[in-house]
Structures are given as structure tokens and as C-alpha cells.
Design a protein around this ligand. Structure first.
Ligand code: HT7
Ligand code: ZN
Length: 852
């Protein structure tokens, strides 16, 4: 397959200042007429090349006459042109109903919608489908009025009318030049939850959240989140919305979370629809975050877009950073930071440590959609966060103002962004740029040694080799640190921001009146792995006394990890220190319940595995279960008190009520782990009495992981209640796929044959296969049945939807971390995937790189 390289970037030969699209919409056969105004860029005699994917040109005209000499070059249309400016018209017919890839124009639950990022526009019409070709779009569409009463596209509605024969039409114009990946249209039988937002300069914007009629009551939360986001971007970044309308449409079949098309965001319905009965607190938070993310793209992505796809993190890393800050501002910043770091460690750190590791600005790809990764998004966000830490709040704002002003209406690069940071921040980021080019998670060792009344801190950093990058240079690591007195618990210095730039660095602390304890990487100021010489006593002390909530959480996690890793290695656990630290946290009434719930959760099986040279899934599971059981038993009365104290009365979506629910379910899990006789009854009681999905799913999870006779009853009742609700049925599949029981692999195989299981819907495929493949013990069943099952499913899914299939390959690529027998079985499945006739390039890239 063809490899695209960053160093081969060349500005476009032809630009397209304007395009008019005319759609005759029909699920079986949609005719698309495209009229492009093209202009030669620079002095050259190269022909116009219009990308296509699976298109056949029915007509090609140049300046109104049948074109001569055009040809197909593979999927692309090549037209020789004599002059410097021409009008090109092409006509193609496409079949939305047969589009199972969900890229381009496709049908979903009776509606027609588009997804063009990254290269889907070329499945709709011939066009230079690259992000640095910006055009003004005029769209006309006609469709059957009864089936598709609502016709939406980017920009502002211009006109609409009756077309006769039961059809109608609408015209939309978008005044802002945009790349083709931001094009969108939707046709369907939809209703809108409407709102109005008045911008900071007093302009009124009509908002609409479009869904099927029955889903309308579930759209208030998304609409509210949209208004909050619009206001937040004005206050925090000075960015105002620019069109008269902003529409969001929810669709059931979607490869990703959502899409930021100009003025017409298209969302996976799981990130729009919410009511207390069907959505968890996690869902509510995710909806607000994704609504914010897509809205923020209007500036970081749409007004300033990417020059090429290697710059993807320019818009994605920055926008994730923006949505994370927004979410932190809506509730507890500390808890949000903990959740984000937990996510980074669960998805990005393993990616950086495996065969698919790549830099934030990659150098090459086979299929760009494989690069919508945790590295581009989440590590990219950490890179922006570090620059904001180095610059400080005011200079960072000056730098983003400069960036938006300078590059408004253009396609920019990561380098452009960093230069704005340097200019407005008055800093030199030459070495910092390595964050864009070097893959791998840096490791920092921090050793504090007391020498009488002084203490010496020795810092050192290394960056591990990654595929194609055997040797690394030192990075710039902004480390927020502080010392506490180990006896009094008092701070011994102000917090310092240390920029570690060299491979090794020493710091001296003088006049210390008591033994110091080191608090480092506070707030997770750098996305690194820190190893320290802190003892269990130091960590327990910090978990109770550190004044940075993240560092406090981190100390507890480290204590738990050290305990678990020691237990896995030695076969027996010494749990007293963890039990005492958890008890102190549970009894600290000054702490917010959401924080307590996070702090007392044990690291996941996978995260424990990530600390070990060779992962032993069964030993890890056993060690973790033993610690859970001991925590449950030793602190049973504290868990019961926490459980009772966290009983929220009636459902309310507020930080305090969410925290209470979270702690309640964590406590329930520990009560069950204690083996208490009444645990299943307690869980079933919560399941039945719940007035919200958080409590209901929390109780279901506890029951599903256990062996009581209430298990099947709860699963059956849940299924019965939510049979017609696809998003909730996803939870039913997912909870079982994540089960910690011995029979999880068997159960998942059976669920794949369930009448409600389908690979055609990405959410359903991810709920079963995606969830199962992160269930460490079940997926890595020594028999290899987990690997075989996932490979079978991925091969089948690839025929329908290569993008979604390819995203599920990485767990099979972690074979190097497992024993030779498991590794051989995992490799064998990867080889079987690669040998499959007709494999997509998406899957080929992921599976073949995973074998290296
Ligand atoms: N920018 C959007 C990316 C996206 C996407 C990428 C590949 C295939 C399908 C897709 N749907 C949306 C989402 C975002 O980051 O906001
Ligand atoms: Zn995005």
C-alpha cells in the first residue's frame, strides 16, 4: 500500500475558491452534480487532479462543454486544462444505502447523513480532498418530502421550496471558506430542540439539536452544554460564534464520537441523548465534553484548520485541551484532572509503549484514519497544557489570540502554533518541539537524599526507543514540585516549576528542620512516568497531607501499585499500609466524595500489567482481588458508612450528587468484595430502587461480577426494560464483556450470537468486542480463545467498516509483553488477519505494524 510522508508535502497545484453542489437525494441512488471554480496556483503545467473513491464520472464538463482528454488515474479524475481558471462540472451517482463504511454519504435509521473527515468527501464527488484547499460552498438538495422533511447543510439556510412529485428542495450557503472534510448535509424525519444564544457582541444565534421525535425529551442537557460552551469560549478565549445558525444532528451509526462540520455538527447519538433513566453521570459528563469539543473546533479546527493530516494534533490536541479545561471549570478541576490522567494512562501510555507508537506529529501513514489516536488527541492536549504551564495564563492567552488572528481563514501547522507561543510568550521552545517529533513516554527518576539539614534532589530523564526512533534526545519537562515536612506535614518551600531539560539535574534544598517528603509532578504537570525513592510511609503520608489533590491521589495510586506489583512478584501481599491509607481517606470528612471515590479505587488490571516487564494476567487478577477483599473486610464498617452517607435522595445532576453516587457504587463494590452475605441483596436493592442509570448500572456491574442468584435476574430485568433502546443495550453488552468472572470469554462468545448483536453498528461492536479486548484476564485466556474470537470478529467487521475494525486491533499488538505461549497465539491471529483476502488498508496497516 501507498505510504504518505510528511516531508513530501507540496502546496496544491489548483485551488477551488468556490463549489456548488446539487444533490438529488435517494437512499438507493443519489445523483451529485458538482460545479467547481478552479484556479491554477503558481506557474506549472500540471493537470487538475480530483480525488475520488469508488466514483464513476457520468459527465465531465469544462467551461460548459464536454471535457476532452480527461482520464482516470486509479480512483482519481485527471483533467488537463489550458487556462489558469476554469469552471469544472462533474456528475456522479452514489448509493448511500450500500455504504456500510459510514464515510461519505450514508443511511442511518432512515436518515441520510455525511461524514467527510478525513477523506470521505471523495466518496461523494470528485474534489481535491485535502485540508489546505479551502472553498466557499453552495449546496442545493432535493429529496422525498415525506421521508426526508428536514434538509440541512453547512452555513445558513437560503431558500426552500416544493419540487413536485412529492419532493422538496433546500439551499444552504456557507460564507466561510472551508476544507472539504468539513462539508456536511443531513436529510431526515427529524425534530429540533431549539434555543437561542446571544453572542458577546449581541448577535442572536439560532441553535437546534435535531433528533427523531421520540428522542426530543433527551436533548435538554446537550442544548444546555452547547450554550455553556459558547459562553465559555467567549470568556476564556475571546472567541465568538460566526454564523446565524448552529445545528447538531444525532445519528445512530457513527464511526467516532462526533464531527465538527461548519455550522452542522453531526454526533453519535450516545453523545447527545440523555435522561436520568438511560444515561449515567459518566454519559452526562461525556455529552457536555463532546458538545464543547465540537463547538470549540469552530475556531480551533474550522476558522484555523490544518495544512495537512500530519498536523492533525494542531486542531485535536488543542481542542481536547480546551474541552478538558471547560469540563474542569464546570465542577471539580481536581477530579477532572484525575479522570483525564487515568484515561491517558489507560489508552495513550500503552500506545506509546507498543508497536503502534507514533509522535504527536507523525512522519508517515498508510491510512490517516488510523491516526485519530490517543497520542494525537490526548498526548497532544498534554503538549498544549505544558506550553500553557510554561507561559502562564496571561501569556498563553496572548499567544492563542495571536494564533487565531494570524491564521484565521487559513490552513496552519503545529510549527505555526509553537511560533505564536514563542512570540507572545517571549520564550524559546526549540528543545520543547521534541514533544512533536519524539514518540514514547519519558521516564523521570527523582531521588531525594537528606544530608543533615540539607536535601539533594537528583532528577534524571530517559525516553525509551520506539519503532523507527531508536535513540532519543532529552525533552523539556515542566515539573511542579514541593517538599513537605515528614513530621509536621508542613510545606517546607513554595511550589516550584522546574524545567528539566538535561538528561540529569540536581537541586539542593537548605535549612531543613525535619525530614522532607517529595511531592513531584503535581497536577501531572508533565505526561511522564515518575519513579522515586519514596517509601510506603512517604506515600501514605502524602496521600493524607499533600495540598495538591492530584498529588494526593497519585501518592495513593503509587502506594497501591507498589503493593500490587510486589504481591504479583512474590505471590503474597502486605496490605496494611494501603488499608490504613484508604481508611484515612474515607474518614476525612473535608474531602469531596467524588475525589474520595477516585482515590480509593484500585489501579486496573491493565495498568498494573503496564508496570511489569512481563504481564501475568492471572497473577495480577488474583493479587488485585485479594487486596480488594482485604480492603472490603478490614474497612467493612467504613464502606457501609460511606454507602449510607452517599445515598442521594432524588436524582440531580450536580457535582455533589454525582460525587455521592460515585462513592456509593465504589463502596458497594468493596462491600461485595468483603464477601458479606447481604452484598448481593444490597446491590439488587439498589438496582431495583434506582431512579437513575448511574445507580442502576453500578449495581448491575457489581451483580454481574458476582455469582449470586440475583445476577441473572438483574440482567434479564435490565434487558427487558431497555429492549428498544440501543444505547442502553450497549451498556448491557459492555457490562458483561467487562465481567471479572471466570466465564467472561464464554459469555462474550455467546453474546456475539445474540439477536441484538450486530457488527453493522459501531457502538454495538465496540460495546462487545472493544470492551472484551480490554478485559485483561478474559481476553488473555491461556487457551487463546479470546484472541481467536476477537480476530474472527475483526475480520468480519473489516468487510463492513474498516475504520471501526482497525481501531480494535491494538490489544492484539501487545504480544511482546506476554509469555511466549500467549505471544505466539496473538501473533498467529495477527498473521491470520493479514492473510485475509480483500483486507482493507486500514486493517493491513494496524495488523502489520502490530507484528513488528
Ligand atoms: N474531528 C472529528 C474526527 C472524526 C473522524 C475521523 C475519522 C473517521 C470518522 C470521524 N468522525 C469524526 C472528531 C473530533 O475530534 O472532533
Ligand atoms: Zn476533535
Amino acid at each position: 500500500p501507498h505510504v504518505t510522508r510528511r516531508e513530501d508535502y507540496r502546496a496544491p497545484d489548483w485551488t477551488v475558491p468556490e463549489i456548488a453542489l446539487d444533490f438529488d437525494l435517494d437512499p438507493v441512488a443519489t445523483r451529485v452534480r458538482a460545479t467547481l471554480l478552479v484556479e491554477r496556483s503558481g506557474a506549472h503545467d500540471r493537470p487538475l487532479v480530483l480525488n475520488g473513491d469508488g466514483l464513476a464520472a457520468e459527465s465531465v464538463k469544462v467551461d460548459g462543454a464536454e471535457a476532452e482528454g480527461w482520464r482516470m488515474d486509479g480512483p482519481d479524475l485527471v483533467i488537463p486544462l489550458a487556462g489558469d481558471a476554469h469552471e469544472i462540472e462533474t456528475v456522479v451517482t452514489i448509493a448511500p444505502e450500500r455504504n456500510t463504511q459510514l464515510q461519505g454519504l450514508y443511511a442511518s435509521s432512515g436518515m441520510l447523513c455525511t461524514q467527510c473527515e478525513a477523506e470521505g468527501f471523495r466518496r461523494i464527488t470528485f474534489f481535491p480532498d485535502r485540508p489546505d484547499v479551502l472553498s466557499k460552498y453552495k449546496v442545493r438538495m432535493a429529496a422525498d418530502k415525506a421521508r426526508f422533511p428536514v434538509l440541512l447543510a453547512n452555513g445558513d439556510p437560503i431558500a426552500q421550496g416544493d419540487a413536485g412529485d412529492g419532493r422538496h428542495w433546500a439551499e444552504w450557503h456557507d460564507p466561510f471558506p472551508k476544507p472539504s472534510y468539513l462539508f456536511a448535509l443531513v436529510a431526515g424525519d427529524l425534530v429540533a430542540n431549539r434555543g437561542v444564544f446571544t453572542t458577546m457582541r449581541g448577535r442572536k444565534v439560532d441553535l437546534g439539536i435535531w433528533v427523531r421525535a421520540g428522542d426530543l425529551p433527551k436533548t435538554d442537557h446537550a442544548l444546555h452544554a452547547l450554550k455553556l460552551s459558547m459562553a465559555w469560549d467567549e470568556t476564556v478565549y475571546g472567541r465568538e460564534y460566526d454564523l446565524d445558525v448552529f445545528n447538531i444532528v444525532a445519528v445512530d451509526d457513527f464511526n467516532f464520537g462526533a464531527m465538527e462540520n461548519k455550522g452542522l455538527n453531526v454526533f453519535n447519538s450516545r453523545y447527545i441523548l440523555a435522561d436520568p433513566d438511560t444515561a449515567t453521570d459518566y454519559d452526562y459528563d461525556a455529552i457536555a465534553a463532546v458538545v464543547a469539543h465540537e463547538y470549540f473546533h469552530n475556531w480551533s479546527g474550522n476558522r484555523v484548520t490544518c495544512r495537512d493530516w500530519f498536523q492533525l494534533s494542531l486542531k485535536e490536541g488543542f481542542t481536547v485541551f480546551r474541552d478538558q479545561s471547560f469540563s474542569g471549570d464546570q465542577g471539580s478541576k481536581a477530579v477532572k484532572r484525575i479522570e483525564d490522567v487515568r484515561g491517558l494512562r489507560a489508552s495513550q501510555f500503552p500506545e506509546d509503549a507498543g508497536p503502534l507508537a507514533h509522535s504527536v506529529r507523525p512522519d508517515e501513514y498508510i491510512e490517516i484514519s488510523n491516526f485519530y489516536t490517543a497520542t494525537i488527541y490526548n498526548k497532544g492536549a498534554e503538549v498544549i497544557r505544558m506550553m500553557s504551564t510554561i507561559l502562564g495564563r496571561e501569556k498563553f492567552r496572548a499567544a492563542t489570540d495571536l494564533y487565531f488572528d494570524r491564521f484565521d481563514g487559513t490552513a496552519a501547522t503545529c510549527e505555526d502554533f509553537v511560533r505564536c507561543m514563542e512570540e507572545a510568550g517571549g520564550v524559546d521552545l526549540t528543545q520543547f518541539r521534541r514533544w512533536y517529533s519524539q514518540a514514547g513516554t519519558p521516564r523521570v527518576s527523582a531521588n531525594l537524599a537528606q544530608e543533615g539539614g540539607r536535601a539533594r534532589l537528583r532528577l534524571a530523564q530517559t525516553v525509551p526507543p520506539t519503532p523507527g526512533q531508536p535513540a532519543k534526545e532529552p525533552m523539556v519537562l515542566p515539573l511542579r514540585l514541593k517538599l513537605f515536612g515528614g513530621i509536621t506535614g508542613r510545606p517546607m518551600c513554595d511550589e516550584q516549576l522546574v524545567l528539566l531539560k538535561d538528561a540529569a539535574h540536581e537541586m539542593l534544598f537548605e535549612n531543613l528542620s525535619e525530614p522532607p517528603v517529595l511531592s513531584i509532578n503535581r497536577g501531572f504537570s508533565a505526561p511522564v512516568i515518575v519513579e522515586t525513592n519514596r517509601t510506603a510511609k512517604d506515600l501514605a503520608f502524602l496521600s493524607a497531607h499533600d495540598d495538591d489533590p492530584f498529588a494526593r491521589y497519585e501518592a495513593m495510586q503509587q502506594l497501591m501499585l507498589d503493593t500490587l506489583v510486589a504481591a504479583v512478584t512474590s505471590g503474597k501481599g502486605e496490605h496494611a499500609a494501603v488499608i490504613e491509607a484508604v481508611r484515612n481517606t474515607l474518614l476525612d470528612s473535608a474531602l469531596d466524595k467524588a475525589f474520595v471515590a477516585e482515590a480509593v479505587l484500585l489501579p486496573s488490571d491493565s495498568f498494573i500489567g503496564d508496570q511489569m516487564g512481563m504481564v501475568d494476567p492471572d497473577a495480577i487478577f488474583a493479587a488485585r482481588e485479594a487486596l480488594r477483599a482485604d480492603l472490603g473486610t478490614a474497612l467493612e464498617s467504613e464502606w457501609r458508612a460511606a454507602y449510607d452517607g452517599a445515598q442521594a435522595n432524588r436524582f440531580e445532576y450536580s457535582p455533589a450528587a454525582k460525587g455521592a453516587r460515585r462513592l456509593k457504587t465504589v463502596a458497594l463494590g468493596y462491600i461485595a468484595a468483603s464477601g458479606a452475605d447481604d452484598a448481593a441483596a444490597l446491590a439488587f436493592g439498589q438496582f431495583e430502587a434506582a431512579d437513575n442509570m448511574t445507580d442502576r448500572q453500578g449495581a448491575l456491574t457489581t451483580l454481574v461480577n458476582g455469582n449470586s442468584d440475583k445476577r441473572e435476574a438483574a440482567l434479564a430485568a435490565f434487558y427487558q426494560r431497555y429492549q428498544g433502546n440501543a444505547l442502553v443495550l450497549d451498556k448491557w453488552f459492555q457490562t458483561q464483556a467487562l465481567s471479572s468472572r471466570d466465564d467472561a470469554a464464554q459469555a462474550v462468545e455467546a453474546l456475539a450470537a445474540h439477536k441484538d448483536f450486530t457488527l453493522a453498528n459501531p457502538n454495538r461492536a465496540r460495546a462487545l468486542i472493544g470492551a472484551f479486548s480490554v478485559n485483561q484476564r478474559a481476553f488473555h485466556d491461556p487457551s487463546g480463545r479470546g484472541y481467536r474470537f476477537v480476530a474472527d470478529q475483526l475480520i468480519a467487521l473489516d468487510r463492513l467498516n474498516p475504520q471501526t475494525a482497525a481501531k480494535l486491533v491494538p490489544p492484539l499488538g501487545r504480544w511482546k509483553r506476554f509469555d511466549p505461549a500467549r505471544a505466539a497465539r496473538m501473533r498467529a491471529e495477527l498473521e491470520r488477519i493479514i492473510a485475509t483476502p480483500g483486507l482493507s488498508k486500514d486493517m493491513f496497516e494496524q495488523a502489520s505494524k502490530s507484528l513488528d
